[in-house]
Design a binder for this molecule. Sequence first.
Ligand SMILES: C[S@@+](CC[C@H](N)C(=O)[O-])C[C@H]1O[C@@H](n2cnc3c(N)ncnc32)[C@H](O)[C@@H]1O
Length: 255
Amino acid sequence: MTPDRPRRIRVIGIGAGHPDQVTVEAVEALRSVDFFVTADKGGDDPLLAARQALLARHLDVVPPVVAVRDPERDRSASSTADAAGYDRVVVDWHDARAAAYEQAILEHEGDTGFLVWGDPAFYDSTIRIVEKVLARGRVDAEWDVIPGISSLQMLAARHRIVLHEIGQPILVTTGRRLREAVEAGADNVLVMLNARLDLDGLDDWQIWWGANLGTADEALVAGRVGDVLPTVLAARDEAKARAGWVMDAYLLRRS
Ligand SMILES: C[S@@+](CC[C@H](N)C(=O)[O-])C[C@H]1O[C@@H](n2cnc3c(N)ncnc32)[C@H](O)[C@@H]1O
């Protein structure tokens, strides 16, 4: 801790599952903080174990890890039925998280590290929550973001592909909004956050799919959707059964 400068909050991208897939900058940031704050999602959070393995791998002395109980999120169908309802629920949840993180930061001295899965810029709320914590006005800190290797980069590397065709765009979206993207004419789509895989009617599209990338239970499948979907679904179930959790992402390209 250095008392003669403002305290720091560091949002650190830690890669998507393998302790070697962090940058030198991230390791230096991990070593620079006085304590970490992470969300305690209750039960046996498998990602908590992955984070601990990462810290053990890169730090000689692991500073305190403050696990903040994640506020309950309203997942009721009535609140999240439409996009506006869903957004409202997420904003309320972020506010509750900001209050909980603020408390954890105020109760500890020195620089705070947030460990962010993959890269903080993709489907992760930590940056928004840190902004909210600072906007509340009780925590006075400088803050920075250290990029991480995203699961999207892992997916591309493992399949040895470029994510788009020459000079062409790519759309990144969630499983929830895939249909909307396809109906709007997108033809090269990266999909994350898949509660389930709904690829009905997309038989002729190409898919490059990956689950638990970077871990011992990594699974990869590529091919025409109509041909490989059963293999993808079986591999997804198998990864979940082996690891106890599954996170998957895929690239879909219209033929
Ligand atoms: C909350 S988002 C966080 C994404 C993260 N910030 C990133 O850059 O990868 C979680 C989603 O990322 C994808 N994901 C994260 N880690 C993954 C992994 N190891 N293998 C496959 N997909 C992964 C999945 O789509 C998962 O539902």
